[in-house]
Write a protein that binds this ligand. Structure first.
Ligand code: DP6
Length: 320
């Protein structure tokens, strides 16, 4: 039996950084994100008892190096007595470069594996399973504006506003197409253990979440811009102060921030956010999208820009 699912990456406006339980991969803080529309990962899972081992291909190439994490996720979703699986995954955007490819990949994997086995699961359960593999993946099960809260025994994820209700645009400026050197899971642990700012980060997160929640409920772009930029820079400050320091930015990352500041001073409704990589995501109102795309594309260090609307949560494409 086999199934194919599609999931979109999500971009956190209020970030997840740090784990309270690394065994169960539970985040130390809640987070708020928007799920994208135009970027996606499509994953097929075939259950095949005749295979001698699991197989994984990503964008057409065999990737045994990525298999352990995928196999662990399949064990969580299907049980360790599961049949061997052939997994093939394709994304229409660069992998492992700070565009949340692990979020869309694990969200699609969990949905496809569940369907391939003929299991029925609620979206909440699928989100919890995806979160075990990658914290941010839990949010890609839902569309629009999504909040992840820490419950007593795991995460609670819900869509807090439909994308159509506030159709923002996200423009991702790719400043480095190659994979990052330090994965986010590892970098978070370095921050938790060594950054003098880490405990303050965790302490302040409920306030940032509340402000962002209000901004989204009131569709207050200025308020959302201010809290999202603050939360992003605070997260990177935590990383920079870690030992060894975790610095994902390059000079083009800073050029993008400068460009966003210039656009803001010209009255353009735009703000930036940056995840565990050097790419910059500019979030803007739809009418300002062409100006933001043009300004970021012109920068020498920007290799490509991907523009996206806000989209839906992960979904099954087919099941045999
Ligand atoms: C900076 O979800 O990749 O993008 O749970 O270890 O897989 P793991 O981490 P991951 O971390 C994402 C961190 C972030 C912020 C965010 O998406 O909230």
């Amino acid at each position: 039996m086999g199934a194919t699912a599609r999931a979109q990456p999500n971009i956190a406006l209020i970030k997840y950084w740090g784990k309270r339980d690394s065994e169960r991969n539970l985040p130390a803080v809640g987070s708020i994100s928007i799920t994208l529309d135009d970027l996606y990962t499509e994953t097929s899972v075939d259950l095949d008892g005749d295979l001698d081992r699991d197989r994984l291909s990503v964008n057409g190439a065999e990737r045994p190096d990525l298999l352990p994490r995928v196999a662990a996720c399949l064990d969580t979703v299907l049980g360790t007595d599961r049949p061997r699986c052939k997994v093939s995954s394709r994304s229409n955007f660069p992998l492992a470069a700070g565009l949340a490819s692990s979020a869309s990949s694990f969200a699609a994997l969990v949905v496809a594996a569940t369907a391939a086995r003929g299991l029925q699961r609620t979206t909440a359960k699928l989100a919890a399973l995806a979160g075990r593999a990658s914290g941010s993946a839990a949010r890609s099960l839902y569309g629009g504006f999504v909040e992840l809260r820490n419950g007593a025994d795991g995460v609670v994820v819900e869509s807090i506003l439909d994308g159509d209700a506030w159709p923002l645009r996200v423009i991702a400026a790719i400043t480095e197409p190659e994979a990052k050197l330090v994965g986010s899971g590892e970098a978070m642990e370095i921050s938790r253990k060594t950054s003098p700012f880490y405990s303050r980060w965790v302490e302040e997160q409920p306030m940032d979440l509340a402000t962002a929640r209000d901004a989204i409920a009131e569709r207050d772009f200025g308020m959302l811009a201010s809290i999202a930029e603050h939360n992003c820079l605070k997260m990177h400050s935590v990383m920079w102060a870690s030992r060894p320091p975790v610095v994902y930015w390059n000079s083009a990352t800073l050029d993008c921030l400068q460009t966003v500041r210039e656009l803001q001073s010209e009255g353009v409704a735009v703000f930036f956010t940056i995840d565990a990589g050097p790419q910059v995501k500019a979030v803007c109102l739809p009418g300002d999208e062409p100006r933001v795309v043009e300004a970021l594309s012109q920068l020498a260090g920007v290799h490509a820009v991907h523009s996206s609307a806000i989209g839906r949560g992960a979904a099954l494409v087919s099941c045999e």
